[in-house]
Design a protein around this ligand. Structure first.
Ligand SMILES: *Cc1c(COP(=O)(O)O)cnc(C)c1O
Length: 392
């Protein structure tokens, strides 16, 4: 099983069959599990075997299938599935850290990740230093002997900055710091975060793993020790576990994740190339375009450039709104990784909470729009986006 290629793992790993020999993964929609005797219940609370369950907040056979499948795909010993991507980020950080610990994080983060690091952890006495993730000297200066962990998004939302994971992991490991990455934009399909030095890899399964806009979910992938001794105790007692129904949706999503993300990334590259020199754009950001500031790191670290493009509309907010209003196929929505193409204006939505100075520092201009490329025909998408750019 370990020498299966990723696509085979995404279809078969972790499958558990009941006595009925069902073909598709069973949905165990149950909160609890019945014991044959009080002696069995007592023994199970002392030590829970691999095929034993106690309560769905602690684990469930359908959830376990999803955890084992994504762990196999990611190349980690184990995984813990969570109610959302944010429950995973919160669970990994709060499960690990205590007052007085030091964390170094890249500054360009998804808004809710920034909230956890800036507002939640610091409220409980964790010290957090933020750095420009693309500047390795800043990581070297910030990571100290007492740094417990580093946190970063391998590809930042929404500016698509790519961080050199291998280089940051080497700096962190020299000080015995744990490397925790939010790998949503790189997806489990295009990156090998563990091979590049990540100790813990987090996904919002809401995005590409479901990939069809239905369920919230998340997952923490790591060593057996991290998952069962750090993440699970915190999450099972604080209530961040994934529901069995959502786990079943995510399991089925993993079966097609390579095909979907591959097609979406191919279309994204085609769109980026088609619009790059449009006169109404100040900049087109896509990791696999040679003009991307971290193009070399991006091509080494990711097999494809991902499913998201950032377009900087030269004439600012009003022009960006005219572009959004002129799109026919692409819908205005702040999700990403969906089979439907979606577009959002970060400065007035996902990053509205930030001050103008903070947005400037992150490169979130008033003209920036984030385009999540879906599964529609690539030529139809190019035509729709070009006509909307022309309409500005
Ligand atoms: C969406 C997202 C999250 C949060 O995931 P939810 O499932 O919405 O909780 C975290 N990090 C990144 C980079 C994301 O894009």
């Amino acid at each position: 099983m370990t020498d299966w290629s990723p696509r085979t793992k995404a279809v078969h790993s972790g499958t558990r069959r009941s006595q009925y020999g069902e073909m598709a993964e069973a949905l165990f929609l149950t909160q609890g599990f019945i014991y044959d005797s009080p002696e069995q219940a007592e023994a199970r609370f002392i030590e829970t075997g691999p095929d034993e369950f106690i309560y769905a907040r602690y684990g469930n056979p359908t959830v376990r299938m999803f955890e084992e499948r994504i762990a196999a795909l990611e190349g980690t010993e184990d995984a813990f599935a969570t109610a959302s991507g944010m429950a995973a980020v919160n669970g990994a950080l709060c499960g690990l850290l205590k007052a007085g610990d030091h964390v170094v994080s890249s500054r360009a983060l998804f808004g809710s990740c920034l909230y956890i690091l800036e507002e939640v952890l610091t409220r409980y006495g964790v010290k957090v230093t933020f750095v420009d993730g693309t500047d390795l000297q800043q990581w070297r200066d910030a990571i100290r002997a007492d740094t417990k962990a580093v946190f970063l998004e391998t590809v930042a939302n929404p500016t698509l900055e790519v961080i050199d994971l291998k280089a940051v992991a080497d700096i962190a490991h020299a000080q015995d710091a744990i490397v925790i990455v939010d790998n949503v934009f790189a997806t489990p399909v295009f990156a090998n975060a563990v091979a590049d030095g990540a100790d813990v890899v987090i996904y919002s399964a809401t995005k590409h793993i479901d990939g069809q806009g239905r369920c919230l979910g998340g997952v923490i992938c790591g060593t057996k020790d991290f998952i069962r001794k750090v993440a699970e105790p915190y999450l099972k007692h604080t209530g961040g576990s994934l529901s069995p129904f959502n786990a079943w949706v995510m399991l089925k999503g993993l079966e097609t994740v390579h095909l979907r993300c591959g097609a979406q990334a191919d279309a994204a590259l085609k769109i980026a190339q088609a619009v790059e020199h449009h006169s109404n754009l100040a900049q087109t950001l896509y990791p696999h375009l040679p003009s991307h500031p971290q193009h070399q790191v991006a091509t080494r670290q990711m097999r494809k450039g991902g499913t998201v493009i950032a377009l900087d509309i030269a004439a600012g907010k009003e022009a960006a709104f005219r572009f959004l209003n002129a799109l026919n196929i692409v819908s205005i929505s702040n999700n990403l990784g969906d089979s439907k193409s979606l577009v959002t204006h970060p400065a007035t939505t996902t990053h509205q909470r930030l001050t103008e100075d903070q947005r400037d520092a992150l490169g979130i201009t008033d003209g920036l729009v984030r385009l999540s490329v879906g599964l529609e025909d690539a030529d139809d998408l190019v035509a729709d986006i070009v006509q909307a750019l022309d309409m500005i």
